[in-house]
Structure formats: C-alpha cells, structure tokens
Write a protein that binds this ligand. Structure first.
Ligand SMILES: [Zn+2]
Length: 275
C-alpha cells in the first residue's frame, strides 16, 4: 500500500475534521509535535485558535488513510507545537510524510502566487478536473511549475569533487548543481553545468535518485559521473573554490536531509551509487 495518496484535484479544506492531519508551513519550516519521542504532524484539534487561516488551506491527500491538509501557519510555537526546518524533518519522518510535506509546501507556495491570468489578467478559479487554476474568461489553465535541477557527484579514482558555492553557508562544500535550461535534455544540462562551472568533461553519467525540493519549486535529479578530461578551472561567478577529496579528508558538508548529502555519504561508505 502506498503511504501517501495525493488529492488529484485542487480542493480547499472544507471537509476538515478535528482528526485531520495538519501540515502547517511557515517559510522553510513545518509545525510538528512529539509523540512517544517521535516527530509527527499535529491534528486540527491540536491547533491553537487563529494559528492557521482555514480559508487558504488545501486538501493534500491521504497519509496512511488519514486526511491531510496544508496551511500557512501564522501562530506562535508553544510547549507542544514547534517549527522544524523542513530539510531536518526529511531525516526524521517517513518517506510518505515527506511526500505530503513537499506537496503541501509546493502547492501552497504556488497558489499564493497564482491568482490572476497571465494572458488576460482575470481572477483565476480552481480547475474542477486537476491540480490547476483556470481562467474563467480565456480558459487558459495554469499548472504548478517545477524547476528541474541536476546535481552530480563527479569522481576521479578514490576522490570526489566538492565545491563551495558563493550562495552556500560559510565553508559548506557540496556537489555541482544547476537548473535545467530551456531546450535542454537532462544529459545536456549536466554536461553544460559541469563545464561552465569547472571546465571539466565527464563520462559514464548515471542517474541515482531524485528529491522534491520545494524551496520554492525544484525537483532535484541526482547523478554520478566519472572525470574524463580537462583541468579544474572555476568560473568565478558561482563557485568560490572546488577540489578533489577522499572520504577521510572531507570539508564541511551540507546538512543531512538533502540529496547532495545522501550521495556524498554513499560515496564515503556504501558506494551503492558508485562502481
Ligand atoms: Zn485569461
């Protein structure tokens, strides 16, 4: 049985009950509670009055057969309910709950910004058939847009290439990554991004895994590749520094919860993704 079954159409939360599981989002954080030492989502009956705007809520789906709804959280934390960074939550809750969380975050962010038709300017209404907003005047549909991004672990013998991007927190080194651009295949995006940022060429590109990254709307596609040719030379605009590292001599890594960290951890221990 699938842990999480998404709601197939855009629906508001008019059928909430006190038992409904609540995904209350505040920026990049989600409201959680603890039960028997485990992090879990609160129920509607746990929510302090006025802490969520029920009118802006969305039905998200069924999580292990329980209705689940997403809201923007505007209340305050208390001794039972506290805000947790979503990326930390990814390491503490089951995959089905992560799915529900990412879907809620993506849809709430999208809906907040998608109120008017980009073609004629009319106010949009929810589509009755799918996850979309629709223009009642010119009939143009508007779907949530995903921004696919590639992230790739390049290896050379027993070393992995890790780089510090100007946008990262101080000293954090991670994999080479970038958005897929218009007209590109995934493979072309990987090759372009690596060459632009490092002047390296790679071979043996292999898909590893993907991760929804709703900050605000990315889909991360993870790969491994082997160094083929070229001399490491940084573009100077995105990467501040980059180098080859062995597992016993690593720089500061991204926090656990991201696909980047999962692939780096795999390289350092199990090597399931690497030959
Ligand atoms: Zn229109």
């Amino acid at each position: 049985m699938r842990d999480f079954i998404p709601t197939p159409i855009l629906k508001n939360t008019d059928k909430c009950t006190p038992e409904t599981k609540v995904i209350a989002i505040s920026g990049k954080k989600v409201l959680v509670t603890q039960q028997n030492g485990r992090i879990t989502l609160p129920r509607l009956s746990d929510m302090p009055a006025g802490s969520i705007d029920t009118a802006s809520g969305l039905a998200i789906g069924k999580l292990r057969d329980e209705e689940c709804a997403g809201f923007i959280f505007t209340g305050k934390e208390d001794e039972r309910l506290f805000l947790l960074e979503m990326r930390s939550a990814f390491t503490m809750i089951p995959p089905g709950s992560c799915y529900a969380l990412c879907r809620a975050k993506s849809l709430l962010e999208w809906k907040k910004r998608r109120n008017f038709c980009g073609a004629c300017g009319a106010a949009l209404v929810p589509s009755e058939n799918d996850i979309a907003m629709k223009c009642p005047v010119c009939k143009e549909p508007f779907y949530p847009q995903l921004a696919p991004a590639v992230i790739v672990a390049i290896t050379k013998d027993d070393k992995i290439l890790l780089a510090h991007n100007f946008r990262f927190q101080e000293r954090v080194h991670s994999l080479i990554a970038g958005f897929v651009e218009a007209g590109e295949s995934i493979e072309q995006a990987v090759a372009r991004e690596i060459y632009e940022e490092t002047h390296l060429n790679v071979c043996d590109l292999r898909y590893v895994s993907s991760q929804s990254w709703p900050f605000p709307n990315s889909l991360m596609l993870g790969f491994t590749a082997k160094y083929h040719s070229g001399t490491l030379e940084l573009d100077g605009t995105e990467l501040e520094c980059a180098d080859w590292y062995t597992p016993d001599n690593l720089p500061q890594l991204p926090e656990k919860g991201s696909i980047a960290r999962m692939i780096i951890d795999d390289f350092c221990s199990e090597k399931r993704f690497f030959d």
